[in-house]
Design a binder for this molecule. Structure first.
Ligand SMILES: *Cc1c(COP(=O)(O)O)cnc(C)c1O
Length: 392
C-alpha cells in the first residue's frame, strides 16, 4: 500500500514509552502522584495558579460548564468553526447555544460581531452567561477586545485552548489564564502533546478549581469543612452529583514527558508552516494562514484555503485526486450550527454565519506535525501543486 500523509500525527519516542512503563508497577495507576506532578508542570508552563487533569478535553469542558454554574436558559456563545465539544458543553448542562461568525483573517471569533450580538441580547433584556473563544488552529483570539467586552457586558470567558499550546500573544506564552476564567486543554493524539486521551482545566480562580476537582470524582468530598458529620477516616459525603472524569497516572507520565518537548514540537511545526508559507506565497489559487506581529502561531493545524469556487473545482473530487497523489486532507471544521442537532434544536440554518460557511467550503488542513522532513514537505507541496495544476 502507498504511503499517505495525513494532517496530524503524534510524536512518541523511547523516553515516552519508558515513562509510561515505569509507572505501571506503581501502587497508583489511576489518579495519583503523577497526576499531581503533571498538574504542577502544566501550572508552571502556562503560568496558572490551579490545574486539574481529566479524562479528555470534552470532560474538561463539561467540568468548566458545571464549575461556572451554567444552567438552563443561560446563553453561551461560541464560534461555529470549532470542534463540537466547544458548543456541546453548554448542552450538557441544559444551557442555550448561540454562535458568532469568525473573523475572515484570523478565523477566530469576530469581536465586532460579538459586540453586536451582546447589544442585541441587552436590548431584549437577556444576558449572555459566557463566551467560549477558540484559539483556532493555534492562533490566539483577540483576547484584549474579549477582555474589554467582558468588563463591559459581564460575561464569563472560557478559552478552548486545545489548538494553541505554545502560542504566544504579545510575546506571552502564558496568556491564556490571564484573560479567561477557565482554560480548556485536550491531549488527544492529534494535539500538540498527547496522553492518548486526556484533558485539563487551568484557572487562576480557586473556586472554579475546587468545583472542577470535586466534580471530576463523583462530587465526593472528605474536606472537614464541608462534612455534615464524620464517621471516621473512611468517611466521605456527596453534596452534588459529579462524574468519573479521572485520567490515569501512566497517561500523566506520558503527558509530563511530552510537555518537556512542547517547545521543540512548536519550533518544528513553525518550520513546517514557514515552508508552506513560502511555497504558496505567489500562488493566487490559495490563501495561507494569517501571520501577525503580535501573535506567534502554534500551528496545531495549517488551514490552507483553496479558491475551489473561482477555480470551478469540486472539493470532493479534489480530495480523491490529492489522495491519489499521496496526501489526505481533513477539513476543520464543518460549521457547528449546520449540524442537524443544532439546526433542529435552535433553528440555525445555512446563511446564518456566512464567513464560517465560506471558510468551510475553501479550507483544507494539510499535514503538519513535528516529524515531517524536508523531503516529506517537498513531496506534499508538489502533490498539492500537481493536483491543482491538473485542473488547468
Ligand atoms: C480536541 C478538541 C476538543 C475535545 O477534546 P477531546 O480530548 O477530543 O475530547 C475540544 N475543543 C477543541 C477546539 C478541540 O480541538
Amino acid at each position: 500500500m502507498k504511503n499517505l500523509f495525513y494532517y496530524g500525527k503524534q510524536t512518541i519516542e523511547q523516553s515516552d514509552i519508558d515513562a509510561v512503563v515505569n509507572v505501571l508497577p506503581s501502587p497508583f495507576i489511576t489518579q495519583g502522584p503523577k497526576s499531581v506532578e503533571f498538574e504542577n508542570e502544566l501550572k508552571k508552563f502556562f503560568g496558572a495558579k490551579y490545574a486539574s487533569v481529566v479524562a479528555n478535553g470534552t470532560a474538561s469542558l463539561h467540568l468548566i460548564a458545571l464549575a461556572l454554574q451554567w444552567k438552563k436558559g443561560d446563553i453561551i456563545i461560541t464560534s461555529p468553526i470549532t470542534f463540537l465539544s466547544s458548543a456541546n458543553c453548554a448542552i450538557f448542562v441544559g444551557a442555550t447555544v448561540d454562535f458568532v461568525d469568525i473573523n475572515p483573517k484570523t478565523y477566530t471569533i469576530d469581536t465586532t460581531k460579538l459586540e453586536d450580538k451582546l447589544k442585541y441580547y441587552s436590548s431584549i433584556n437577556k444576558k449572555v452567561k459566557a463566551v467560549v473563544a477558540v484559539d483556532f488552529a493555534g492562533y490566539p483570539s483577540d483576547w484584549k477586545t474579549l477582555a474589554s467586552l467582558k468588563n463591559k457586558y459581564g460575561f464569563q470567558l472560557v478559552n478552548d485552548f486545545c489548538h494553541a499550546l505554545g502560542a504566544e500573544y504579545f510575546d506571552d506564552i502564558q496568556y491564556a489564564v490571564k484573560y479567561a476564567d477557565a482554560v480548556n486543554f485536550s491531549f488527544h493524539p492529534v494535539k500538540h502533546i498527547t496522553t492518548g486521551e486526556g484533558g485539563a482545566v487551568l484557572t487562576n480562580n480557586e473556586l472554579i478549581d475546587k468545583r472542577v476537582k470535586l466534580l471530576r470524582t463523583h462530587g465526593m468530598t472528605k474536606d472537614e469543612n464541608e462534612l455534615e458529620k464524620n464517621d471516621g477516616p473512611w468517611y466521605y459525603e456527596m453534596h452534588e452529583v459529579g462524574f468519573n472524569y479521572r485520567i490515569t497516572d501512566f497517561q500523566c507520565a506520558l503527558g509530563i514527558n511530552q510537555l518537556k518537548r512542547l517547545k521543540k514540537f512548536i519550533a518544528s511545526r513553525r518550520k513546517v508552516a514557514e515552508y508552506y508559507d513560502s511555497f504558496f506565497k505567489n500562488d493566487d489559487r490559495v490563501v495561507t494562514p494569517f501571520v501577525s506581529k503580535n501573535v506567534k502561531h502554534a500551528y496545531h493545524l495549517y488551514p490552507l484555503q483553496i479558491k475551489f469556487d473561482k477555480l470551478k473545482i469540486d472539493k470532493k473530487e479534489f480530495y480523491f485526486r490529492l489522495k491519489e497523489n499521496g496526501v489526505v486532507f481533513q477539513v476543520h471544521y464543518i460549521p457547528v450550527h449546520l449540524q442537524p442537532f443544532y439546526r433542529k434544536k435552535f433553528g440555525f440554518k445555512a446563511g446564518d454565519f456566512p464567513v464560517a460557511e465560506k471558510f468551510y467550503e475553501s479550507e483544507i488542513s494539510i499535514p503538519i506535525y513535528p516529524t515531517l522532513t524536508k523531503k516529506d514537505l517537498k513531496f506534499i507541496t508538489n502533490a498539492i501543486k500537481k493536483t491543482l495544476d491538473s485542473y488547468k
